[in-house]
Design a protein around this ligand. Sequence first.
Ligand code: ZN
Length: 90
Amino acid sequence: MDDRLIQNNTIKAVYSSDLEELLSRRGLAHDFNVGNIRCKYCNKVISERNLFALMPEDGTVSFICDSPECTEKMMIAASEDNDIEENKNQ
Ligand SMILES: [Zn+2]
């Protein structure tokens, strides 16, 4: 897995190098390790293998799995939140 980041105001995809640090900082390391963390959209248990992104939200963190449905929903949510400017010139 490479270190790509999807980055804007609300979404930052976090890959393995940063994951452990982020989880422990948020107090979520234990929940993650015992399988208590679930995808925001499909409710599937998140592991290092299927984690696609984390979305910080109102003091908590939402997790997104790597299924195409969920990554697409995440992208749509991101573009709505940030009022992306495409089509403005048409
Ligand atoms: Zn999912």
